[in-house]
Design a protein around this ligand. Structure first.
Ligand SMILES: Nc1ncnc2c1ncn2[C@@H]1O[C@H](COP(=O)(O)OP(=O)(O)O)[C@@H](O)[C@H]1O
Ligand SMILES: [Mg+2]
Length: 164
């Protein structure tokens, strides 16, 4: 039984994230998609919104025998990973620009908790330029998001803009 944590902000979840989760499902029996609670960031979606959206879009994923769970956590990722009895942390690498930061985090996490491995996965090329930050920018400027995020995410973003 191999369990991985896929941590992130998921604000909002993009097709790039889903691509990584689908690939991760080929390697792990269970993946916990763990939303980082970061009091310092001003997010677009609340943790509860993000959890709800993730749970819904994950229903559409090609997961074979892999179990997917959504959770939220605060504090050190490695403490959370140990508490969840995880074997690995999954992170996505889009380009060289992600690598430096991700390497630093992976090595720090290894120092803090040598029993947990970090696994880097590459998304399909078509998602290699997709980030939650850019999705929010394009959305706020009125651009089309189809193909970049699940339709539910675009709907929920529109609702949020209308209802404040
Ligand atoms: N389009 C994408 N393709 C592959 N990996 C991605 C993509 N977007 C984000 N990721 C990866 O998913 C993880 C979570 O990303 P994100 O939600 O932005 O949270 P964080 O705040 O930790 O960067 C990170 O490892 C990030 O590099
Ligand atoms: Mg990011």
């Amino acid at each position: 039984m191999r369990r991985a944590i896929y941590p992130g902000s998921f604000d909002p979840v993009t097709n790039g994230h889903l691509d990584i989760i689908e690939r991760g499902c080929k390697l792990f029996d269970e993946i916990i998609i763990a939303i980082l609670i970061n009091p310092e960031k001003r997010p677009f979606f609340t943790i509860e919104d993000r959890r709800e959206i993730l749970e819904e879009v994950l229903l559409g994923i090609n997961r074979s025998t892999c179990t997917l769970r959504v959770d939220a956590f605060e504090g050190l990722l490695v403490h959370y990973a140990v508490a969840q009895k995880a074997d690995a942390i999954v992170r996505g690498i889009r380009a060289i620009s992600d690598y430096e930061y991700e390497l630093q985090m992976a090595l720090m996490n290894r120092r803090l908790e040598p029993s947990i491995e970090t696994v880097f996965m590459m998304p399909a090329e078509k998602y290699s330029y997709v980030s939650s930050r850019l999705v929010k920018e394009v959305f706020q400027l009125g651009g089309r998001l189809s193909g970049l995020v699940p339709p539910l995410v675009e709907e929920r973003m529109k609702q949020k803009m209308e209802n404040g």
